[in-house]
Ligand binder design. Sequence first.
Ligand code: XMP
Length: 529
Amino acid sequence: MTPPARAGGLGPAASHERLLILDYGSQYTQLIARRARELGVYAEIRPGTGDGSGIRDFAPRAVILSGGPASVLEPGAPPVPAAVWAAGVPVLGICYGMQAMAHALGGRLEESWPHEYGAAELELAEAPSRLFAGLATPEGGRLQVWMSHGVRVTGLPPGFRVLAGNAVTPIAAMADEARGLYGLQFHPEVRHTPEGLRLLATFLRDIAGFRGDWRIEDFEIETIRELATRLPDGRVLLALSGGVDSAVTAALLARAIPGRVVAIVVDTGLLREGELAGIRETFRSMPIDLRVVDASPRFLAALAGIADPEDKRHVIGRLFIEVFAEEARRLTDIRVLAQGTIYPDVIESAGGTGFAQVIKSHHNVGGLPASLPFEIVEPLRWLFKDEVRALGLRLGLPAHLITRQPFPGPGLAVRILGPVTAAGVDLLRRADRVFLDELTGSGWLEQTSQAFAVLLPVRSVAVKGDGRAYEPVVALRAVVTDDFMTARWAELPHALLARISLRLTNEVPGLSRVVYDITGKPPATIEWE
Ligand code: XMP
């Protein structure tokens, strides 16, 4: 279901200075937008492959052309839309963006040999550039940067000069400063370019003249006002999962239209211990009609005998939608459905190349049947996760909810390998609670990005008291990661692991063997299924 555009089409952009980021497929494009927002600049990402027809209406104060995997030397490489140059605003091309800029404006390019990937040092040109003003460069004016390219500019477009280079890439930064056009062969948006943020700040503030008028406080005030105007009467329905995004959406709506929010929590029976109580506690003082639908028997029945992870996910996704839709149909006076969609979801669903392999099918309520006559509001659809968290704290949500570790939509079902049973859920809940308690108590929970227990579909022999036992095995998983795309296993102290293992085998009935997962991602995913 594609959400309709918000009133005015520009969302929060309408009242802020705007940076347009044209995306050519770099893995770092989102990072550019996040850095801009850190600098108080409202940035939106649009596909770089279009005809540029929306640029005039968006009226950006500057444009950044992202990197990307294509080579301007190959046929089919996406060109920069002419509207970018016609806009008459400063333009910064990064990596592919610089090459596409050079290509469009009459420069020369060649395959570079050797290719340059990773850390590199650049020498700055003698004549100082505005872009490099204020950089803390070491003696001799060398700049540490992060490169990743196989094509380089070998001939400047007319009007440009070299700003920095090295032996491999003599033109690693170029500019036509009179027109405000800048190209960087390296990536200022990544942390491996230590002065990168300062460089972006100089481009945005000093060259493009952004005042830095994007603050989460303003977004909060504007969005509450806008929601109140757009939803003058009637009630709004929301699916509350207990995750950060839906919780912040609920808190925002509670402010905008108090007393008119119906939040449905579907109890799948696959939540962790204490989860439902936590949700109730969090929203107890908010003017929200919170309804918990106990659908756990239905979920357990639907999952009976299903061992395949993808089958489990599909069953859960389908049933979740079914239960939610049934509840929604009961509420005949509701026309609006609120969703906790955030900006990365929007970018990913719009910008996917279609070539990515499905490793796991994630579920949310995006697949509601068209027969439900809802208008959709997604008040967080312009925010990155860190902005959502900041907003949640401002709205009074507790810090432990805001900073909590992710929990998969299909819940404990994908942590019980093989068929899900009530006994399995019960055992895993207890084991997970002990593990998380010990991590919390030792201060290790904060040092991991995600930690949980997994119930394995095997049994092993144990000796308990003087008797023989033949019982399931629990695996513990704790990982450290920034982006959840790659992860390393957490090096928990042996003494802590020993304590956890002892508590688990003493306190969880039916459990007599514990193992610790020492696999990184890749190759192993974070969840076991
Ligand atoms: P993997 O296991 O793919 O997980 O390395 C990466 C991150 O995604 C979470 N995850 C899910 N989240 N629905 C979700 O909402 C899902 O089906 C799902 N599967 C995995 C996982 O917990 C980790 O944070």
